[in-house]
Ligand binder design. Structure first.
Ligand SMILES: CC(C)(COP(=O)(O)OP(=O)(O)OC[C@H]1O[C@@H](n2cnc3c(N)ncnc32)[C@H](O)[C@@H]1OP(=O)(O)O)[C@@H](O)C(=O)NCCC(=O)NCCS
Length: 231
């Protein structure tokens, strides 16, 4: 499923549950030692997906240990992203010569509580939601907005080592599965060096799941310098 929204050069693996306990490296075991069983399962299946995705790039199994703010630490020359939610786990990876950063996110399809939408959506996004909901009611647009911003957050953190808030980006969606996020503010552009003011991604809703993916190309492509600092 996630592969459908990822570009060439990105390898992915996914699981629709935790069928068997996935083996962990000692450093991963140490990172998850105090976790409850549910957390342990999602962490381990995420690592199994990561190693399956790395294998598709021809890379050997290695520990993927959580680093600062929980971001997975990839081997040299690799970038990637992990997501898990009820009934789904996935990982996408790429070589950094091909892709600068990846962010993926998945959520079970549901109506997002309005207070969460209020926290996630900027004014322009709320106006867009008010138009698109009645026009295209079968798509969980509020949830997709949340899911897209989480994916952008993950890619941005990999790229810069810095966090973003929901208000730090303004997203725009197309009904055929595309979205873009403009990162607001000169500070954020400076953090990314040559990188992103505009990050492009894809979304998919199917079988009770909403998935989003953004990839930041090494040069050009969906990565453009913004015309101004405002969302
Ligand atoms: C980190 C965060 C994005 C994870 O999203 P989530 O929907 O809760 O959970 P997901 O299952 O999709 O993703 C979890 C995985 O993301 C990865 N992750 C965690 N922190 C990360 C970070 N700072 N950067 C990149 N990836 C990160 C990890 O691989 C984690 O799985 P693991 O701990 O098993 O390795 C979210 O919990 C968070 O803290 N967001 C920051 C606050 C926020 O929402 N800001 C606004 C976003 S615009």
């Amino acid at each position: 499923m996630i592969e459908e929204i990822l570009p060439p050069g990105v390898a992915a693996a996914e699981a629709f549950g935790d069928t068997a306990p996935a083996l962990l490296f000692p450093a991963e075991e140490a990172a998850i030692a105090r976790a409850v069983a549910k957390r342990r399962s999602e962490f381990a299946t995420g690592r199994a997906c990561a190693r399956a995705a790395l294998a598709k790039l021809g890379l050997p199994p290695v520990p993927i240990v959580p680093g600062p703010r929980g971001a997975p630490q990839w081997p040299p020359g690799v970038t990637g992203s992990i997501t898990h939610c009820a009934g789904y786990r996935a990982c996408a990876v790429a070589r950094t010569v091909d892709v600068a950063a990846i962010g993926i996110d998945a959520e079970p399809t549901r109506a997002l509580p309005s207070e969460i939408t209020q926290a996630v959506a900027a004014g322009a996004e709320r106006r867009w939601l008010a138009e698109i909901r009645p026009a295209d009611p079968d798509v969980p647009w509020d949830l997709l907005l949340f899911c897209a911003k989480e994916a952008v957050y993950k890619a941005w953190f990999q790229l810069t080592g810095r966090s973003l808030g929901f208000a730090d980006m303004l997203t725009g969606f197309t009904t055929d599965g595309g979205f873009a996020a403009r990162i607001a503010g000169g500070r954020h552009q400076a953090e990314a060096g040559q990188a992103a003011a505009l990050v492009a991604g894809r979304w998919l809703v199917r079988d009770g799941l909403a998935v989003t993916a953004v990839t930041v190309p090494v040069t050009g492509g969906g990565l453009e310098r913004g015309r101004d600092d405002r969302p």
